[in-house]
Design a protein around this ligand. Structure first.
Ligand code: DHB
Length: 391
């Protein structure tokens, strides 16, 4: 099979890229190891920055997000038993939307299928070939048969465990990594929202987050041992822990409900620099990972492919490669800003096992500053909505 752009991975990066290219009249093929049902039901974060929302609207995919997602003009930081509001709209002029990542995936898949896109699910043994020539290719097996996609470019959107990054020789890239000694225990709950806005809570027992999915389904997280098992956590134990971390001195309490999903995610920061080798380009988690605090992952993935789509359009329309050549550099500015922000939010809100009393006071003083000073609150807010400047 021959196409212009071969895309590995049908997550937000791969699907959005294929949609953006289609709108420019550029052909692509997407291959994915999971099934359509799996990608449409994998539970991930749910915060869309202003720029992500704007792009979804621009490319004709904003209808369900506007109807079923919720627009949030602020969020709360809770510490020392008190909640403090960060007014995103007032501080930055922008907002965020809470709309689950797998809903974005469903909208993207529906649009691609409606346009007769070539998406091959359930592939195995994917490998990349000749990426440092002008005729790269992707090989894979499906239902026991060998297939090959010959293309002009290969875009690796296959996540942190995918094969694409490994196709960049180790001496041509540098990896930056930080592991955190904790994870997040996530639950989905059948209940009305506990709060109109998200609450990020710092507590001596550990971090907790109150988020939402709809008027009847809520998403909550609490800091845990990344090696713990969900089987160790009965519903009663979970509620006891959540109440201890988020209930407030003014009498506000979270609303319990039936827990119907539990999962534990590890946390790390990771950046592969560079994100290009010959005709291979990496996008999204294949190139970088952020800890979940602040929910930047999907937003970064969407931003990468927006830059790539412009570069590929310039290549096919004008025969020029300037945008493609500077892809890594352009994307990495935004990525490093989000890496810093996610690390900072994580560091400010979580309990580190070996933290000294001095470090605890540093966290509290920082929280007090970002909630008391308009300048500091603006720095937090502009990063949160994805409008922080870089140069
Ligand atoms: C959610 C996840 C996050 O990491 C975050 O910072 C806010 C919300 C969520 O899943 O709703």
């Amino acid at each position: 099979m021959r196409t212009q752009v071969g895309i590995i991975g049908a997550g937000p990066a791969g699907l959005m890229l294929s949609h953006l290219l289609h709108l420019q009249g550029i052909e692509s093929v997407v291959i994915e190891s999971r099934t359509r049902e799996e990608i449409e039901s994998t539970i991930r974060a749910g915060v869309l920055e202003q720029g992500t929302m704007d792009l979804l609207h621009e490319v004709g995919l904003g209808r369900r997000m506007a109807a079923e997602g919720t627009l949030h003009h602020g969020f709360e930081l809770a510490f020392n038993g008190t909640r403090h509001r960060i007014d995103l709209k007032d501080l930055t002029g922008h907002a965020i939307s809470v709309y689950a990542q797998h809903e974005v995936i469903k909208d993207l898949v529906a649009a691609r299928v409606a346009a007769d896109a070539k998406i091959v699910f359930g592939v195995v043994e994917t490998s990349l070939h000749n990426v440092d020539t002008e005729t790269p290719s992707i090989r894979y097996q499906k239902d026991g048969e060998e297939h090959s996609v010959e293309c002009d470019f290969v875009i690796g959107c296959d996540g942190s465990q995918g094969v694409s990054r490994q196709a960049i020789p180790e001496n041509a890239r540098k990896d930056y990594q930080r592991l955190y000694p904790f994870g997040w225990f996530g639950i989905l709950v059948e209940a009305p929202p506990s709060s109109d806005e998200l609450i990020y809570a710092r507590h001596e027992r550990g971090f907790a987050l109150i988020s939402t999915r709809s008027s009847t389904v809520q998403r909550m997280y609490f800091q845990c041992d990344p090696k713990d098992s969900v089987d160790n956590w009965s519903d009663d134990r979970i509620w006891h822990e959540m109440h201890a971390r988020v209930d407030q001195s003014d009498g506000w309490k979270l609303t319990e409900g039936r827990i119907f999903q539990k999962n534990i995610v590890g946390m790390r920061s990771f950046v592969s620099s560079v994100m290009q080798h010959g005709r291979l380009f990496l996008a999204g988690d294949a190139a970088h990972i952020v800890p979940p605090t602040g929910a930047k992952g999907m937003n970064l993935a969407i931003n990468d492919v927006r830059i790539l789509a412009d570069g590929l359009e310039q290549f096919y329309r004008e025969g020029k490669e300037d945008f493609l050549t500077t892809y890594s550099e352009t994307a990495l500015k935004r990525i490093w800003r989000a890496e810093h922000f996610s690390w900072w939010m994580t560091s400010m809100l979580h309990q580190f096992q070996d933290a000294s009393p001095f470090q605890q006071q540093m966290q509290l003083s920082e929280l007090s500053y970002v909630t008391a000073s308009r300048a500091a609150a603006t720095a937090l807010a502009e990063n949160y909505v994805g409008k922080a400047a870089t140069h």
